[in-house]
Design a protein around this ligand. Structure first.
Ligand code: ZN
Length: 282
C-alpha cells in the first residue's frame, strides 16, 4: 500500500508533467525547419549582418542549416570559424574574387587557382554558386572545375540555363549539380526531362516562377513535379543583395505557405530532408 505522502508526491509530479505537456514549445503549429540551400554571406568589405545578427536571423526563421557561400570567401570562413550553435553550415567555394568575375570566370585560368587554394581549407562540400549560360559552359576552365569537383566529391551549385546544365553533365557525367533557380521560368516539362535524364541533379527553388498562382495556391504543374520527384528539390533565399536580407523572413514565410499545401512528408523533404541527405557525411 502507498502512504499518503508518496501518493501526494506522485500527484504533484503528474501535475507538473501535465503542465509541461501543455506548455511544450514543440507543437504542431511550430513552423517547419528549413535548410537554406542558396545563402550568400558576402563580405565586401563588410557583411550586411554581423555574425551574431545573421545567426539570430536564421534562428528567428527556424533556418537550421545553410549552403554557405561568400564573395570573397571571407564570409564563409567567418561562419565556419564561429561554429554557431544550432546552425549547420555547409560551405561551398565561391569561384569569384569580385563581382565582375561573374562575367569572366569560365575563361579565366585564375579560377582554378582560386578553387585549388580554397579547397586546401579541407572543409568544403561544393563549388558555387557560379553563373554560366549556354555554350559559355564549353570551356577548358569549366571542364576542369567540373572534373575537380567530381575527383573530390564536391557538389556544383550552378546558376545555369538548361543548355549549360547539359554541357556541365557532358564534361563529366558523374557531376553532382545543385541547379540554382531550377531554370527560372523554364517549362516544368523540360525540368522534369532533365531530372529524369540526370539522377544527380537537384533543383534549388529561389526566384523560380510558376510554383504558386496569384492567390498563393500551389500550381498543378508544380504539385505534380514535387510528387514525382520529392527527393530532388531544395529551398534557398539567394541573399545576393541587401534587399534579400531585408525580406528574409518574407521569403521563408513564402516557402512555408506552399509547403503547407503539400503532404507533410514531401514538405519535410523539400524543406530540409533532401539537404540533410545530400550533405550528410558518408
Ligand atoms: Zn545566388
Amino acid at each position: 500500500m502507498m502512504d499518503a505522502g508518496r501518493a501526494m508526491r506522485i500527484a504533484a509530479l503528474v501535475a507538473v508533467a501535465a503542465v509541461a505537456l501543455l506548455t511544450s514549445p514543440v507543437s504542431a503549429a511550430e513552423p517547419i525547419e528549413i535548410f537554406d540551400a542558396h545563402l550568400h554571406y558576402n563580405w565586401e568589405p563588410k557583411p550586411y549582418y554581423q555574425l551574431d545578427g545573421v545567426v539570430a536571423l536564421f534562428r528567428k526563421n527556424r533556418v537550421t542549416g545553410i549552403l554557405a557561400t561568400s564573395r570573397p570567401n571571407t564570409g564563409t570562413h567567418a561562419l565556419m570559424d564561429a561554429k554557431p550553435e544550432g546552425l549547420w553550415v555547409v560551405p561551398f567555394i565561391r569561384p569569384y574574387r569580385v563581382r565582375a568575375d561573374i562575367q569572366t570566370w569560365f575563361g579565366d585560368p585564375l579560377t582554378l587557382e582560386l578553387v585549388h587554394e580554397e579547397f586546401k581549407r579541407g572543409y568544403y562540400r561544393g563549388i558555387g554558386e557560379f553563373h554560366i549560360s549556354g555554350k559559355a559552359a564549353d570551356t577548358e576552365v569549366v571542364k576542369s572545375v567540373v572534373n575537380f569537383a567530381v575527383a573530390n566529391n564536391l557538389y556544383l551549385h550552378a546558376h545555369a540555363d538548361d543548355e549549360a546544365v547539359e554541357i556541365l553533365m557532358r564534361h563529366n557525367p558523374r557531376a553532382q549539380i545543385i541547379w540554382a533557380h531550377t531554370g527560372f521560368g523554364l517549362s516544368t516539362d523540360r525540368v522534369a526531362a532533365l531530372l529524369t535524364k540526370y539522377p544527380k541533379l537537384w533543383g534549388e527553388l529561389s526566384y523560380r516562377s510558376g510554383i504558386v498562382d496569384g492567390g498563393g495556391k500551389l500550381s498543378a504543374e508544380w504539385r505534380g513535379l514535387f510528387e514525382k520527384f520529392p527527393d530532388r528539390f531544395l529551398l534557398g533565399s539567394d541573399t545576393w543583395i541587401s534587399e534579400r536580407w531585408a525580406s528574409y523572413g518574407d521569403i521563408m514565410a513564402g516557402y512555408r505557405a506552399w509547403l503547407n499545401q503539400l503532404p507533410p512528408k514531401i514538405a519535410a523533404q523539400i524543406a530540409n530532408g533532401n539537404a540533410k541527405a545530400l550533405f550528410a557525411v558518408k
